[in-house]
Design a protein. Structure first.
Length: 226
């Protein structure tokens, strides 16, 4: 049984409304007028009503803060909702792995060029290295995007990226410019990508631990009640 799409639409509307309110509050803080003060009051009232409906304390203070302070609080709440949205996490995984799955697809479409590239960098047998490169790039990307064994996919891509620095972008052994500088910048960019992949591995490893920890706490509470 699938969930109704209504909660998803409600969440999207809440995020959009929060962004609009944040922009309006920022404008009111920058250009204080009687009309902007009335707008701030209306937005503050609506936020307080929604907070009361959710049976929690409002995100903003009840002592009528300034428009700028209220804007900061509203913006923080909106960004928190946005950062917790599953669609943003999916976009981040697709964007981070784009250099890999994009390269893998290009190598499949232009396989002869991929083999020539391997031979150019003295990677023999070129056919084997070409197929292995495509497999690592695509399978690692799929694991991360699907969020299944993401730590394994991220680890494989991180090792692959590190090897490309050692085998391909060896700026320390180059003397001719601008190829040496280009290789240096490419290598430093690869280091940044490795850092992002390591972060994915860390987050993927922490999730089961946090889940088991929550289950352990729940079992402990049940035993205490008994």
């Amino acid at each position: 049984m699938t969930d109704s799409p209504q909660p998803v639409r409600t969440e999207r509307c809440t995020i959009l409304r929060g962004l609009i309110d944040s922009m309006a509050l920022y404008a009111a803080a920058q250009y204080p007028t009687a009309e902007s003060a009335e707008l701030v009051s209306l937005i503050r009232t609506r936020h307080a009503r929604h907070a009361s409906d959710r049976d929690r304390r409002p995100a903003v203070e009840r002592n009528s803060p300034s428009a700028l302070a209220f804007w900061r609080s509203s913006m923080n709440d909106t960004l928190q909702r946005l950062l917790r949205h599953p669609a943003l996490a999916l976009f981040a995984r697709i964007a981070l792995t784009f250099p890999f799955w994009g390269s893998g697809i290009a190598k499949i479409l232009y396989f002869d060029a991929a083999i020539a590239e391997m031979a150019h960098f003295d990677l023999h047998p070129a056919m084997l290295f070409g197929v292995a490169t495509i497999a690592v790039q695509l399978l690692g990307s799929i694991l991360i995007i699907a969020n299944r064994l993401a730590w394994l996919g991220a680890g494989a891509l991180a090792v692959f990226t590190g090897l490309t620095i050692i085998l391909v972008h060896r700026f320390w052994s180059m003397t001719e410019e601008p190829f040496r500088t280009i290789a240096f910048h490419t290598a430093t960019e690869h280091v940044g990508i490795i850092g992002g992949l390591v972060a994915i591995s860390i987050l993927g490893a922490r999730r089961p631990s946090a889940k088991h920890g929550a289950r352990g706490s729940e079992m402990t509470d049940r035993l205490d009640h008994r």
